[in-house]
Write a new protein. Structure first.
Length: 74
């Protein structure tokens, strides 16, 4: 399990989670989004990512690192 932070300069800030294609590209699953002390469990692909969100990711170390790369760089 890992955490990936959405920064204001992420190419996916203010875009739907599905745009990342994280599961397809990495095999890792985003199982929750922590936003302002709220937990959004099992977010769907239409959930808009916001700066300050923390993604809870389950997968291999490589998969989690790959999700972080996608979120940071696109």
């Amino acid at each position: 399990t890992g955490q990936v932070h959405i920064t204001a300069d992420s190419p996916f800030a203010e875009h739907p989670l599905g745009d990342t294609r994280a599961r397809t590209r990495t095999g890792a699953s985003i199982v929750a989004i922590v936003r302002n002390e709220q937990v959004l469990a099992s977010p769907g692909p239409g959930e808009t990512l916001r700066a300050g969100d923390v993604l809870i990711v389950i997968g291999t170390e490589e998969g989690i690192a790959a999700v972080e790369q996608i979120i940071d760089k696109g």
